[in-house]
Design a protein around this ligand. Structure first.
Ligand code: CP
Length: 316
C-alpha cells in the first residue's frame, strides 16, 4: 500500500491470500473500507456500481454456507456479474486439474476468482496459473483471511478498539484456518491472544507464532474481553484428540455456569457453523453477549471491501 499525493492510501494488492502477509495499516484500511460499504446494505436499492462490467467467480471445493453466500451477495451489491463453479457438477470429476479448470474459467473473462480448497496454499498456487485477482476463502488448515477480517471488524465495532484486548480462541486450534487468520490480525492490531483447548488440539508450538497457550479454560476465563469458540473439525482429524464429546464439553464448552465467571461485557464469538451443546450452549449462542449473527452481517461489508480493493489494484 502506498500514499498518493493527496495523502489517501492506495491499495496495491490484487490478491488477498493471507493476513500473515498484510501490515497493520493494510488490515485497518480494509476495515475502514468495509465501514464505508456498510451503509449500502441499509439503502432501499442495495447496490453500488463499483464492479459493474466485472466478472466474479466463486470456486468452492469444500462445503460452505456463510462464506460462499456472503461473497456472492457482496459481488452482487457491487453490481458484478457472478459465476458459481460447483465442483460436484464440474469436469474436475473427469480428471481435469485445478490449474486447467481455473485457466478455462478465466478464459471466459473472469476478473476475480474466489477459491475455497482443502489444500493449504491452493489460493497462492492459483496466482501462478491465472492473471485475474485471487481471493482466498479458506485453504485447508492454513488461513481464512476474510473470516479473520470480519472477526476483527466485529471486535472493533463492539469493543470500540482492538489494542490491549485479551482474546481467547478456544477449541480445535490445530485444524483451524480461522484461528491462524485471527491470530495474525489480532497480534498486528495490538491484542493479546490465548489459544485454549486440549493438548492434542492446542500444541505448545503455537507459542512460536506469538500466542499464549493454555489447556485450562477456567483459569483464564475471568480475564478475557473476547472469547471466540471454534468448532471441532472432525472431518480433518485422523484420530481422536480427546476421550469423548462429553469430556470436551465439560472442560471447554461455554455455558451459563462458565459465563457467570466471565467479565460482564465479554464478547462471545463463533465463526460458524455452530454445534449447539458442544462448543456453546444455546442460551449463550443466542444471548446478548453473542456476536455470532453480527459476524455474518459484517462479513458482507468486509467481502465487498476486499473485492473492491483487489479489483482497484488490478485496474491501476
Ligand atoms: N465461517 C465459515 O467459513 O462458514 P462456512 O464454512 O459456512 O463458509
Amino acid at each position: 500500500m502506498s500514499e498518493s499525493e493527496n495523502g489517501t492510501l492506495v491499495w496495491k494488492r490484487k490478491h488477498l491470500l493471507t493476513l500473515e502477509e498484510l501490515s497493520r495499516e493494510e488490515i485497518v484500511h480494509i476495515l475502514d473500507t468495509a465501514h464505508g460499504f456498510e451503509e449500502v446494505s441499509t439503502r432501499s436499492v442495495k447496490k453500488v456500481p463499483a464492479l459493474r462490467g466485472h466478472v466474479v467467480v466463486t470456486m468452492f471445493f469444500e462445503d460452505s454456507t456463510r462464506t460462499r453466500m456472503s461473497f456472492t451477495l457482496a459481488a452482487q451489491r457491487l453490481s458484478a456479474d457472478i459465476l458459481d463453479f460447483s465442483e460436484k457438477m464440474s469436469s474436475t470429476k473427469k480428471g481435469e486439474s485445478l490449474r486447467d479448470t481455473a485457466r478455462n474459467i478465466e478464459a471466459m473473462g473472469v476478473d476475480i476468482m474466489i477459491i475455497r480448497h482443502g489444500a493449504a496454499g491452493s489460493a497462492r498456487s492459483l496466482t501462478e496459473s491465472v492473471n485475474c485477482c485471487v481471493v482466498n476463502a479458506g485453504d485447508g488448515q492454513h488461513e481464512h483471511p476474510t473470516q479473520g477480517l470480519l472477526d476483527l471488524y466485529t471486535i472493533r465495532q463492539r469493543k470500540g478498539k482492538v489494542e490491549g484486548l485479551k482474546v481467547a480462541i478456544v477449541g480445535d486450534i490445530a485444524h483451524s484456518r480461522v484461528a491462524r487468520s485471527n491470530l495474525h490480525a489480532l497480534l498486528k492490531c495490538g491484542a493479546e491472544v490465548t489459544f485454549v483447548g486440549p493438548p492434542a488440539l492446542v500444541p505448545g508450538v503455537f507459542r512460536e507464532l506469538g500466542a499464549k497457550v493454555t489447556h485450562d479454560f477456567d483459569a483464564v476465563l475471568p480475564e478475557m474481553d473476547v472469547i471466540n469458540m471454534l468448532r471441532i473439525q472432525r472431518e480433518r482429524m485422523t484420530s481422536n484428540a480427546f476421550p469423548s464429546t462429553r469430556e470436551y464439553v465439560r472442560l471447554f464448552g461455554m455455558n451459563a455456569e462458565r459465563f457467570k465467571r466471565c467479565k460482564p461485557d465479554v464478547l462471545i464469538m463463533h465463526p460458524g457453523p455452530v454445534n449447539r451443546g458442544v462448543e456453546l450452549s444455546a442460551d449463550i449462542a443466542d444471548g446478548p453477549n453473542s456476536s455470532i449473527l453480527s459476524q455474518v452481517t459484517n462479513g458482507l461489508a468486509i467481502r465487498m471491501a476486499v473485492l473492491f480493493l483487489c479489483q482497484q489494484a488490478a485496474s491501476a
